[in-house]
Ligand binder design. Structure first.
Ligand code: HEC
Ligand code: HEC
Length: 199
């Protein structure tokens, strides 16, 4: 029997209905996936407890809720581009993003196992005051509103992201932050990263 005949036969509505049901089931599953399950997908990269063990991937545990929602919106809209992450957020509603942010904001941030260089920590400490990092990120560098927590963040990610801001390579970057690090040397960036991670 040819396809055309199949579609004309009496059981055509049955076949189409079945196909639609299967498709719908898939779509509904993706959209109503419980938050804990969805957060597990994030945990593959960011660590199940929100503390990343992977180079250059940020920890997101204990980040301000506002910062998380804001970045997730930037990712979903493709303004901040990270292959592998943008796709995961495709089609999620604002409420889904808020639920993800609420999940990660209450998790405890933990220092990574990278080695702190105490000489760099000291050098960074001397830079933080004149560069006024605390005026936005707060004195404990715990972040607030749209400003991320820097304390206990991975050192390699801090270096990576500071260079992205400095060199204008972070898509969708806040220009307030880029302005802070214009012209800062690689050595000073390393010092700032070691200091922030040590808090
Ligand atoms: C394939 C790995 C991967 C997966 C899966 C993933 N992310 Fe990410 N995520 C990254 C990388 C890499 C970055 C940093 C990108 C950069 O260099 O700017 C990032 C950045 C972020 C940031 C910004 C953090 C900051 O400090 O700037 C947030 C928030 C975030 N991810 C949340 C999530 C959530 C929520 C999920 C699950 C829906 C998720 N990610 C899934 C790799 C991933
Ligand atoms: C005028 C306010 C302001 C000052 C001062 C400031 N920052 Fe920021 N910083 C921000 C904002 C806003 C963001 C979020 C950027 C975005 O959304 O693109 C940010 C983001 C960052 C990030 C990215 C972290 C992440 O998780 O993606 C790092 C690292 C950082 N700041 C380090 C510093 C350091 C170190 C200093 C001092 C040398 C500093 N900031 C001073 C406002 C500021």
């Amino acid at each position: 029997m040819e396809l055309k005949q199949v579609l004309q036969s009496w059981w055509r509505p049955l076949v189409l209905g079945l196909a639609a049901a299967v498709l719908l089931e898939g779509a509904t599953f993706a959209q109503t996936m419980p938050i804990a399950e969805r957060a597990k997908l994030c945990g593959a990269c960011h660590g199940e407890d929100g503390n990343s063990r992977m180079p250059n991937i940020p920890s997101i545990a204990g980040q301000p809720e506002f910062f998380l929602v804001h970045q997730l919106i930037l990712f979903r809209e493709g303004v901040r581009k990270v292959p592998g992450m943008n796709e995961l957020l495709n089609g999620l509603k604002d409420d889904d993003l808020i639920a993800l942010a609420k999940h990660f904001t209450v998790l405890a941030p933990k220092s990574s196992e990278e080695k702190l260089d105490l000489a760099l920590v000291k050098r960074g400490e001397a830079l933080v005051e004149p560069m006024r990092c605390a005026s936005c990120h707060l004195p404990g560098l715990e972040g607030q509103e749209q400003m991320p927590r820097l304390a206990k963040q991975r050192i390699d990610y801090l270096i990576h992201s500071l260079k992205q801001f400095r060199d204008n390579r972070r898509s969708g970057a806040d220009t307030l932050m880029s302005a802070v690090v214009i012209g800062v040397s690689d050595d000073d960036i390393a010092a700032l990263a070691h200091y922030a991670a040590s808090r």
